[in-house]
Write a protein that binds this ligand. Sequence first.
Ligand code: HEM
Ligand code: HEM
Length: 234
Amino acid sequence: MNDATASRTILVWDLPLRVFHWLLAGSFAAAFATGDADRWRDVHAQLGYTIIALVVFRIAWGVFGTRHARFSAFPLAPAAALAYVRSLVAGRPAHHAGHNPAGAVAIYLLLGLALATGLSGLAAYAELGGKWAEEVHEALANTMLAVVVVHVAGVVVGSLAHRENLALAMLTGRKHGAPETAIDRARPLVAAALVAGVLGLWTGLLPTPGLDLGTGPGGSAAPARSDRHADDDD
Ligand code: HEM
Ligand code: HEM
């Protein structure tokens, strides 16, 4: 990057990607906080369900989204990730308008773990696989937390190395970069559809198969999960 491009900010992250990110981060934090308590079980399951839906959206957006949101823009490449980490350690970090190759590894891990944690949670909720599903679910959730910690640490290190607030860029969508690497549209309508979809899940307007929450047309009048498990609260 030369001095002229270094001082310019360009639109890199479209709005659906940013909305996805912060909904995912918030839902993960809330799901983790509610996992242990039996009286939060339905809220927890709903949060986990939201996470599964968000990841499904992100996979579609990785194919149909804007330039830096596409999976083809950040392939899973361990050798490139190592080379990037080396460039960081050497104090000469290679600049990437979109995701850097090390960040890409964390992203694929997070998306995969989010899906696996969510699905194992559904199995535990449906009491499939007995204790085993619960153990697997807990182990996956804890592994995901570890990757989140590494991810956030990577964001801090990357921000310092590039002298650019990357967390802020995930809010504004703007980063330093050459104008020809910018995206031209923020895609607000897709972001609105994503928010509407999540609201649909929470209001019961959209069905949540496999969850017995008793909300709206997708639910039933069966007793809430927390009633059935009143005996094993922590
Ligand atoms: C305070 C907490 C967090 C901050 C500051 C943060 C910040 C960021 C930033 C700056 C990026 C873009 C990285 C880049 O420049 O290449 C990113 C991407 C990402 N983060 Fe986070 N993050 C946080 C929490 C989380 C959590 C809790 C999760 C998952 C549960 C998560 C999942 C992801 C994913 C999947 C991406 C890829 C975005 C995409 O391409 O869709 N983040 N995050
Ligand atoms: C990625 C999303 C999720 C995260 C991060 C997460 C996290 C957790 C955590 C940390 C626990 C506590 C484990 C323990 O200490 O015993 C837990 C328990 C549980 N979660 Fe999730 N969860 C997620 C998704 C889901 C989903 C989608 C469902 C159901 C639809 C679900 C159902 C359950 C159930 C039933 C338990 C209790 C298992 C037991 O009785 O030990 N979770 N979850």
